[in-house]
Design a protein around this ligand. Structure first.
Ligand code: 3HC
Ligand code: NAI
Length: 709
């Protein structure tokens, strides 16, 4: 063995006739400048060493290559560029083999595609997820992939960003060989030996022929364009992906590479790319907390759930899907069977759509156990209550838990608004009490607010984050207050929305403006979906304590008094005929709004869509700043993650606080001061916002550890 050292990020070693090139840049072997340089040098060395007959690329650690180094984005580029590295690999005069395990994503797959032969072992994940970061594959991915596997399959991969496993990659033609075992090094060396024995020649992917049927390839582009136009309105990179792929069909390789580069740089410079990269990093940063750094999580093997209603059943599905057993407690046998039926409904839906087999369903349901006695919770490591939102009911439940739960069991509440410090204070073990605020439907929505009361111990917080990971949720740490992070901020911008409606904007115009901004639904559509009765009940509960000077719009109450709760009653802000889930505008609603405006003495005025968004966002950002200022959210990034995963905030804008930084905090503050002239009670600039503007700082400066631009 002959060890030749290089940059530490890429090491080379001769194994007989094979030049083994190992990419070793933890944690994911991202292709930073050192790796790119190392790969260039490695190919040069292999080329000039007469004893070398083939080159093999492999990744150290858990992955082949996780892609270009996302941390370098937005910074001045350092040579060599990745396209140059890929071209160098492809032009090597000796066969180059990529032996793939773990992630071969983005630039990682592009490196593999520049190699002449590819082997993947079980567990490998191959993909071109650049679109998720607002980019397109920028190192030949849009040129080599379609030439290798055809335009239709390439567009599917590049536009969806989906990861394929080794077997699917082989079926698609992305890789040539599956490893018989997971020993990548052994498998890769054996494959390379085999190729040498066959006197295999370098086989540049640029010469692959899958685009030869030009008409079929162009038809694939047109089909994809129709889908993109429907699904990715307002997004830049999907459209650039179409154009770059079309260039692969219509232009010679070198020209196609230049076209791809031009579009790649255009996407790189876009605010959408900055927003999406921000989202990528803040999701990973949100779990880095004092408590998760300090304390080891407790064991989680069994989960107890109290209540089998909307939330209890959804949480149960999330827990069952994570492979954990569930014990569900309900008030009586009838409620318990309803709880079980709610869960089975979810799985029956999957079985009907052939996304689950009947056997798989019964094996999942075997992990579910129901009971009407609290003693059945004696073994549970984490117990989550999702009973009625009523302090007396919650306190009674916690008294039972205090009696039956084993020492060290985590006692969690899914309350939306109640004071968790007060709940914890009623039992003998407040250190074990925490909020786990799931969102509806709990088996679908990604967000989990981990609500941290004063007396909870650090390892309980660490365990909550561990549980979130097992449930594949995105967890955010929140402090105790009315509504925690998400619902507290929601209450404020929702009020701003009602003000606009009363002042002259129709709910339909507001919904459309908000959708055009990038949300999947407008606020009135959300109310209709969730049920107007929920907010009505909360408003009635709070009527006595409401500040009499605060503006109160009564339009929602008028609709609820008519029993118009939204989709479930067929009428809300929209009309839903014959069980339709798509609402039609309703002149009767407009008449109610007109009447309410007259009653309140308001002369309606017109709003531009732009003003609607300015007010909507100013209210959201200002309350987001308050939440950070009061340390309900430790950092602005926690607000961003909450809104990205719990409230449909458009990911390409990075979250409300990132959006605020993008438009400039001074301009947001100016807006708020302007709006305050009409309603100073409602529009009170957040102390934090004022302070940041005075210091010329932004929210990103408070996101310790994130790499924001
Ligand atoms: N660049 C820089 N850092 C990266 C990175 C990348 N491409 N991918 C992951 N990281 C970092 C993460 O930020 C995290 O850092 P932290 O520990 O400081 O928080 C660390 O690596 C581990 O990441 P994960 O927590 O995500 O680890 P997992 O093991 O769960 O997943 C992975 C590994 C599957 C590689 C996942 O990280 C991933 O999907 N990464 C992004 C892949 C991607 O989008 N690649 C395309 C990049 S764009 C590109 O290649 C452009 C090209 O076409 C020119
Ligand atoms: P739900 O009314 O659908 O279900 C509550 C269930 O609890 C019922 O099945 C009831 O039989 C059961 N229950 C009541 N008292 C009980 C007791 N003492 N012991 C055992 N079971 C008991 O209510 P939902 O919507 O599931 O809400 C539950 C909790 O989750 C509430 O605190 C709510 O604020 C919170 N939440 C609700 C969300 C939603 O969108 N519905 C979202 C996030 C949190």
């Amino acid at each position: 063995m002959n060890l030749e050292s290089q940059t530490s990020a890429v090491t080379c070693e001769r194994r007989g006739k094979i030049f083994l090139v190992t990419i070793d840049n933890p944690p994911v072997n991202a292709l930073n400048a050192a790796v790119r340089r190392g790969l260039m040098e490695a190919i040069d060395k292999a080329e000039s060493d007469d004893q070398v007959e083939a080159v093999m690329l492999i990744g150290a650690g858990r992955n082949f290559i996780g892609g270009a180094d996302i941390r370098e984005f937005g910074k001045p580029p350092l040579p060599p560029s990745l396209p140059d590295v890929c071209n160098r690999i492809e032009s090597c005069s000796k066969p180059v083999v990529a032996a793939i395990h773990g992630a071969a994503l983005g630039g990682g797959l592009e490196v593999a595609l520049a190699a002449h032969y590819r082997l993947a072992v079980a567990g490998a994940k191959l993909g071109l997820p650049e679109v998720e970061l607002g980019l397109l594959p920028g190192a030949g991915g849009t040129q080599r992939t379609p030439r290798l596997i055809g335009a239709r399959a390439a567009l599917d991969l590049i536009l969806s960003g989906r990861r394929v496993d080794a077997k699917e990659a082989r079926d698609l033609g992305l890789v040539d060989r599956l490893g018989a075992s997971e020993e990548t090094l052994t498998e890769g060396l054996a494959y390379t030996q085999e190729l040498l024995a066959l006197k295999a020649r370098p086989r540049p992917t640029r010469e692959a022929k899958a685009l030869e049927d030009t008409a079929a390839s162009l038809a694939a582009i047109e089909d994809a364009r129709a889908a993109v136009t429907r699904k990715s309105r307002g997004r830049l990179s999907p459209f650039k992906i179409l154009e770059a792929t079309q260039a692969a069909i219509e232009q010679p390789f070198a020209e196609g590479m230049r076209t791809e580069r031009r579009f790649f740089l255009e996407c790189m410079d876009s605010p959408q790319r900055a927003g999406l990269v921000h989202a990528f990093f803040v999701e990973r940063e949100a779990v880095k907390l004092p408590e998760t750094r300090q304390a080891a999580p407790r064991r989680i093997e069994t989960v107890g759930i109290i209540g089998g209603g909307t939330m209890g059943a959804g949480i149960a599905v999330a827990v069952l899907d994570a492979g954990l057993p569930v014990v569900m407690i309900e008030r009586d046998e009838a409620s318990l069977s309803r709880g079980r039926a709610h869960i089975e409904n979810v799985y029956d839906g999957l079985v009907a759509r052939r996304r689950m087999s009947a056997d798989a369903k019964s094996s999942v349901m075997n992990r579910w156990r129901g009971s009407t006695t609290y003693e059945s919770l004696a073994d549970a490591d984490v117990i989550i209550e999702a009973v009625f939102e009523d302090m007396a009911v919650k306190e009674a439940v916690f008294a039972q838990l205090d009696r039956v739960a084993k020492p060290g069991a985590i006692l969690a509440t899914n309350t939306s608004y109640l004071d968790i410090d007060a709940i914890a204070a009623t039992i003998s073990r407040p250190q074990d009490v925490i909020g786990l605020h799931f969102f509806s439907p709990a088996n679908v929505m990604k967000l989990l607010e981990v609500v941290v009361p004063k007396r909870v111990s650090a390892d309980v917080i660490a365990t909550a984050f561990e549980l979130a990971k097992k449930l594949r949720k995105v967890a955010v740490r929140a402090g105790v207050c009315d509504g925690f992070i998400g619902n507290r901020v929601l209450a404020v911008y929702r009020a701003a929305t009602d003000h606009m409606m009363e002042d002259g904007a129709s709910p339909y115009q507001i919904d459309k403006a908000v959708r055009d901004f990038g949300f999947p639904m407008g606020p009135f559509q959300v109310t209709d979906l969730a049920g107007g009765d929920i907010g009505w009940a909360t408003r009635k509960r709070r009527a006595a304590t409401r500040d009499p000077k605060a503006r109160y719009v009564q339009i929602p109450d008028r609709l609820c008094e008519l029993g118009w709760f939204g989709q479930k009653t067929g009428r809300g802000y929209y009309r839903y005929t014959n069980g339709s889930r798509v609402g039609a505008t309703d002149p009767d609603v407009q008449a109610i709004i007109d009447a309410e405006r007259r009653r309140a003495g308001i002369t309606p005025r017109s709003f531009s869509d732009e003003e609607i968004i300015r007010r909507y966002m100013a209210a959201m950002i200002n309350e987001g700043a308050n939440v950070v200022h009061e340390r309900i959210a430790l950092r602005p990034l926690d607000v961003d993650v909450t809104f990205l995963h719990g409230y449909g905030f458009p990911r390409f804008r990075g979250g409300p606080m990132k959006y605020a930084d993008t438009v400039g905090l001074a301009s947001v503050l100016d807006d708020i001061r302007q709006f305050a002239k009409e309603d100073p009670q409602f529009w009170r600039p957040s102390t934090l916002l004022v302070d940041l503007v005075e210091r010329g700082a932004n929210f990103a400066s408070l996101n310790e550890g994130t790499r924001d631009e």
